[in-house]
Design a protein around this ligand. Structure first.
Ligand code: KG4
Ligand code: ZN
Length: 349
């Protein structure tokens, strides 16, 4: 089975072909990605119409470079992200998927972007590497620019949402705080970098909703706390160098986000006793988060396996969409190319 994956939900134009090998494992055959990060950097965030324009400019050259035969020969199914995401951006990939499905007469799978992120832990980066597979039930902490969710995955395609953010997503908080600190975009990597020079205990930022007896998150108050801190730092600027302040704020903010995510995830582990824990989404690239969750889990529950994607698969890519799509294709879960529409609020459950 060979599946073409298409991803255009935000600011990466990505296409990939994955193939099932003799052992029944999926391998990456080819993947290409055009990142728009430099384009959106000057706006301090993703501008949907600009993203769509960039997707249009990149998607056909990438498709051509992928080298698929002109009639789609050898491809068994097409998997496209149909939501959630930015509508103008999603539409480019969705329309390409529909047209290819119609012209090539190949079945089409509509993939939820969040499901794609979960499947990013199932990908072997090379045919030689053997990634241990998560056992079900798996508890997934999905942290991206648009979502912060705790999901119980009972089997392929069987999900239960147990917690979500009530306002900003974790990645969004990183992006907004980076903007406040004048560090650039996207916020996650630049805050993590600045935090290396700072003291994570310098400022005691709130740990939002850490003691609430649900599994929800809230990160917008943390952003306000950073704003307040910056104001008071400015009045005392003569006492400390600005560079030191920025790094301390970045480190203390990162510490607060990570501690909140880890504490709530561990509380969900305690309640649901999963067989494995999956960390995924763009924020899963954060080393402090990866290490903290892994360490706490292994210390308290050594029998529970921990899974996080390879670093090059933490952000948006089409490999994860193709793999998630392949699992649906194996169950004949296809959609009609004539009626599929992009759904910005598509839900996993
Ligand atoms: O999954 P993703 O690529 O796109 C969405 O589906 O939203 O996630 C992007 C988010 C951005 O908010 C970015 O700042 C964050 O992931 N991110 C990080 C790191 N690398 C990317 N957040 C924290 N630490 C990082 N190292
Ligand atoms: Zn994403």
């Amino acid at each position: 089975m060979r599946v073409l994956g298409i991803e255009t939900s935000c600011d990466e134009t990505a296409l990939a072909v994955v193939k099932k090998n003799d052992k029944g494992e999926f391998e990456i055959e080819k993947h290409l990605l055009a990142s728009q990060v430099l384009v959106h950097e000057k706006f301090g965030g993703v501008v949907p119409e600009v993203a769509a324009r960039e997707h249009i400019a990149s998607i056909f050259p990438i498709l051509d470079e992928l080298g698929i035969e002109k009639d789609g020969h050898g491809i068994d199914a097409i998997a496209v992200t149909s939501g959630p995401g930015l509508v103008p951006a999603l539409r480019i990939g969705v329309e390409l998927g529909k047209v290819l499905s119609w012209v090539w007469k190949k079945p089409l799978v509509a993939v939820n972007h969040l499901e794609g992120h979960i499947y990013s832990v199932l990908i072997n980066p090379t045919p030689k590497t053997q990634h241990p597979k998560p056992k079900f039930t798996a508890l997934c902490l999905l942290v991206s620019g648009g979502h912060t969710e705790l999901i119980l995955m009972k089997d392929h395609g069987d999900y239960e949402l147990i917690g979500m953010t009530r306002d900003d997503a974790a990645g969004e908080a990183f992006d907004k705080v980076a903007k406040l600190l004048g560090l650039g975009y996207p916020g996650g990597p630049v805050i993590a970098k600045s935090a290396e020079q700072g003291n994570p205990k310098a400022i005691s930022f709130p740990r939002p909703m850490i003691d609430s007896d649900d599994f929800d998150f809230s990160f917008s108050g943390l952003k306000t706390a950073v704003k307040r801190e910056m104001r008071s730092e400015r009045t005392e600027r003569s006492k400390m160098s600005e560079r030191h302040n920025t790094a301390d704020i970045a480190a203390s903010f990162q510490q607060a986000v990570v501690e909140t995510l880890v504490t709530k995830t561990m509380r969900a582990v305690e309640k649901y006793q999963p067989q494995s824990v999956i960390l995924s989404g763009g924020v899963s690239a954060n080393q402090l988060l990866r290490l903290s969750l892994k360490q706490v889990l292994y210390k308290q529950y050594p029998e529970i396996s921990f899974h996080a994607p390879e670093l090059f698969l933490t952000g948006d890519n089409a490999i994860m969409i193709a793999i998630a799509g392949a699992h649906h294709a194996m169950k004949n879960e296809f959609v009609d190319p004539l009626t599929l529409v992009a759904d910005p609020n598509m839900r996993l459950v």
